[in-house]
Each structure stands twice: as structure tokens, then as C-alpha cells.
Design a protein around this ligand. Sequence first.
Ligand code: ASP
Length: 376
Amino acid sequence: MRPNWVILIASGFACATSADDPMEVPQSPILYRAPDCPAAIRAPVARPLARLGKRKRFRTFVSGTVPGALALTHGGAASRPELSNGPQSAANRALGLLLSDAPALEAAIEATVVLEDDPRFNAGTGANIRLDGATIQMDASLMTQAGEFAAVAAIERVKNPIRAARLVLDSPHVLLAGEGATRFAHRLGLPDEVPTSTHAAEKYEERLNELGERSKDGTLDFDWRRYWNYEGEMPEAMKHWREHGDTVGAVTRDRDGAFAATLSTGGTSVTLDGRVGDVPVYGAGLFAGPYGAVACTGHGETIIARGVARRVYEALASGTPVQDAVYEALADFPPRIALGVIALDQFGWVVASNNEMAYGLAAEEDVSPSAAHQRE
Ligand code: ASP
């Protein structure tokens, strides 16, 4: 019922006028209404599920009904399936905890830590070095069955940003950003260390080379040099570059049937200074509640604009099978706009992506390939 209130109140603001006595404490929610407003404001009718033509095929893995504890992880949009042993170890770690009756959130966090510590992924230790060739900024978020959300954005000098997001959960805030987030994490005991790796340095070099190539073949689509807003000088070799995506994420269901979702990323490295993606934005990159958990990866700006994770969650909360809910979101993303989603509800799970995507799955009950099937 609560989402309807939000819709009604939001619609009412479009026709806002002043209340009779603005100083009086309202006894019930007020719908502000101007004289030219329609008498009744209706919640928008849900759009029917997109009919997916034959052309719309995504790399997808789905299960039938799977009871018990379950952990599902991803290694980021466009991450190569050969890297799946990373997300698989993370899922195994989460399942081990779930089988000792750990809550869903703890398991999702520990799975994310495994991936943050794996330099092959763009999070924590493997986080992208940004365009200036010097700085690393990361985002991480989490959400629980009870709808609690916590995030850090543009945090620096912590090895495990997901642990910083967990600390935010115990604070009065939902999102801490920049230097404040970094100092908060250090103050609460996370070591002050730059998470870097030779892998990230190599990836940075590759990108610069690629930018150089693209500047030659005329496929540049944005003049990063013109908008340069980092503190330091622009590296000489910097031209343009295609985005990499290797954010990590986890969704878990514990033995009590509670859900949690986590995400952690070094962000896209070809960005202006100050850019924040979907990961720490409420409703965008992840969502969880009593009906399930959803974690996305891909083009952050589009994921924010479409509120992808919340949209998928609301579809499955209204009874749409989890794979259809995910498919509907993906139908809006052509392959050039990367989107990968992992989701689970009380019945089953789905992994789907319009590009390649490494993922891992571990469950209390049998989810061997015979129980799952590829839908491509
Ligand atoms: N969604 C992330 C971001 O835009 C990147 C990714 O998933 O690879 O920051």
C-alpha cells in the first residue's frame, strides 16, 4: 500500500497550492490541490510487460523453485565468464555463512568483500584508476529485507567500501560521500590504505591505448579533454576510451527467508571528476525487501534514469515471476547500453545480461545445471 501513497502524494505536488493553515500540524497526509487539478488523482496504471520479440535474447540463467538459503553474485556487466571462479568463491563464502544461520545481509557483505579483495574486479583492490591516472574513488551500497538502505559514494583509501556502507547503516544517515565518507570509515576503524593493484594499473594503460586508437579512427563520442576537471594535469596520452564494467554485487536469501543485496564498484573510469553512478543511488543499482533482492551492473546513468532495481523489485512484489521482471527491465537496454541483473525471490533466481557477465551461485538445495537452465 505504501508505494501508492508515494505516487499519490507525488502526483499531488504537480498541482500544489497552499494549505488552509500551513502552520498547523496535519493529522493525516495532505494532497495539495489547485483549482484546475482533476478531482481524482489516479495512480498510473502499470505498463503491461514488454512483449519480447525473437530478436530480444539475453544471456540468461534461471531456476525453477529453489528452497533454502541461496547466494548469487556477479562480476560486473561485460565481465568475461572465464572469471566466474571469482563470483563463485564469493557465493560459496556467503553460503557457508548462511548455513551457519548468518543473516542475509552479513552473507551478502562477506561475498562482496571476497570480490573486493580479488584484483580482477572493479571494486576495492581492483578498483579502476580514474582518468587522471592517480585517484581511485569507489561507491558501495546495501539494502536489507526490512528496506534499510546504506551507501558510500566517492570514498577513497579504504580496501573494502562495502564495510564502510555497513557502518553507515548504524549512523543516522543513508549516504555519505567524498572526504567525509573516507574520514568516517577511518574513524570507525577501517585502515587508511589505497586499494591498488598491478592489474588496475595495467587496465589503466590499456584504456589510454584504446583511447588513442579511437581518437585515430574517429569513434570518439565525447571530448573528455575539453571537460577535464581533475586537480592534476591531464595525462599526455589521454584521449578517449570505451567503458569497462566490472562492478561486483550479491543477493542472498537466508534460512529465515530474509533477503539482502550489496554492490561495490570503482565506477567507470572515463568520467569527469565528481561523477557518481547508480550504486549508491537509492532504487537504482540495488533493491531488497520482503519479496526479494535485486542487484544490477552496467551503464550507471541509464540505470539511475530508469530506477532499474526498484522497478524490478516492484514487479516481483506485485506477483510477476522474477525472470519476467528482469526481462522487462532488460528489454529497454540495447546491448550498447550494458545492463546485467541478478535477482532472487522466494521461489527462484535469475541471472541476465545483455552482454557477457561472470556470476556465481551457491545454494542449500540442488541448483546444479540440471535444476537451472539457460534461456538464451
Ligand atoms: N554501474 C556502475 C557505475 O555506473 C558500473 C558497472 O556496473 O560496471 O558506476
